[in-house]
Design a protein around this ligand. Structure first.
Ligand code: GLA
Length: 382
């Protein structure tokens, strides 16, 4: 995205100049569906981002323009509510949260564009929310901390998009650091930057181009199942407030006989939290082969136990297992479509993409997109 082009287009929509903000999409190496269970995640911000140009208005109105949809949306600041169109919600939800938390903002014009593919599991929505939070902070001098921006963005997703997401996506977008992944403790929000050293290998995303409409309701169902499991344990162990605190023997004792499905889901989460810790040590030691094995294990769990995969994602992971040049692969993000993340030997990347595009189209009847991942810094002014 060229900033000069963005400025020109902003000017033709709203006139005048704007303050510019960039907020990236994210990947996650391992640790899926652990964030809303108080566990760990291992995400990184990437070099695909959402760009926002913003300026103050004289009145108390919010005027939005989305380049992707070539569409305007206007609403009074006093009448913020979820819209029928989905794209304005990620922006309006943030403004609404700020007002509800007592921050003073006035009317504004906001232009949005970006190159994070939508619905690909790269958290374009979190990037929009974080860019909006940061832009409003700068424009109205709110003095928000980075953590507050991430939390407000997450709340916007809950209230205006109806997805009861965890904190991973927004945290990664705000706190991303080039050449690093973030080992984030989602219970305390303590975090550590871990260098992403992939000597001779790269992370490659294979996008199924499947967007499942049911994903947000299924996501919320998984979250409730986890909460149900915790509630049954808490009745006997009041100190347990999330699956992070729970053990397999607690699950065996208090959950298994009550509901087998809930048991299987909770078991996956407990295993995944543990798996991340081991995998992160492998990454720190540079043992990419061992890390890759953990990714395959995660995929199996997400597909068979947590049941958030789909046949296209399963196909892509099964296919790459035929190649020793691919050390690990798994579906990434909420699931039901989007991308797989793969650790692939440098020299083999082109060949892999070529081969797998053909077999994917034959088997699933869809075109595959592939991206070689580069990590990037988090939300900031341009
Ligand atoms: C989505 C949510 C995140 C996280 C992942 C699964 O991306 O927004 O909070 O739960 O799914 O790990």
């Amino acid at each position: 995205m060229k900033i000069e082009d963005l400025k020109t287009r902003y000017n033709s929509v709203f006139g005048g100049e704007a303050l510019w903000v960039r907020s990236p999409g994210r990947i996650n190496i391992i640790g899926e569906h652990t964030d809303y269970n108080g566990g760990f995640v291992l995400p990184a911000a990437i070099n695909k981002a959402i760009y926002i140009g913003i300026s103050k208005r004289e009145d108390e109105e919010v005027h939005l323009y989305a380049e992707d949809f070539k569409e305007k949306h206007t609403v009074a600041l006093s009448a913020l509510a979820p819209s029928e169109k989905s794209w304005p919600n990620y922006i309006l939800g943030v403004a609404d949260q700020l007002l509800k938390s007592g921050y003073k903002i006035g009317g504004f014009n906001l232009y949005i564009d970006g190159d994070v593919p939508l619905g690909a599991g790269l958290s374009s929505s979190a990037a929009v929310e974080c860019a909006t939070g940061y832009a409003l902070d700068q424009l109205f001098n709110l003095k928000l901390t980075q953590e507050t921006i991430a939390l407000v963005a997450q709340k916007a997703e809950h209230t205006f998009a109806g997805v009861m997401c965890g904190i991973m996506d927004q945290f990664a977008s705000v706190f991303g650091k080039q050449d690093h992944v973030i080992k984030l403790d989602c219970r305390s929000l303590d975090y550590e930057y871990v260098p992403l050293k992939l000597d001779g290998y790269k992370l490659v995303l294979l996008n199924t181009n499947v967007k499942h409409a049911l994903s947000s309701s299924a996501y919320n169902t998984r979250r409730s199942q986890c909460e149900q499991g915790v509630a049954w344990i808490t009745a006997h162990h009041p100190e347990v407030t999330s699956l992070r605190d729970a053990t397999v023997s607690m699950l065996d004792k208090y959950v298994k006989e009550k509901d087998e499905e809930v048991y299987i889901k909770c078991r996956f989460v407990i295993d995944e939290i543990e798996r991340l810790l081991v995998a992160c040590d492998h990454l720190k030691k540079g043992d990419l082969a061992a890390l890759g094995q953990k990714m395959y294990e995660t995929h199996e769990g997400l597909s068979e136990a947590y049941e958030v995969s789909c046949k296209e994602l399963d196909f892509l992971v099964a296919e790459v297992r035929n190649y020793p040049q691919v050390l690990g692969a798994r579906m990434m993000g909420g699931g039901f479509g989007g991308c797989t993340i793969n650790i692939v030997k440098d020299e083999f990347i082109d060949e892999l993409i070529e081969k797998i595009s053909v077999s994917y189209e034959q088997e699933c009847g869809l075109a595959l997109s592939a991206y070689i991942v580069e990590t990037a810094d988090g939300t900031g002014k341009i």
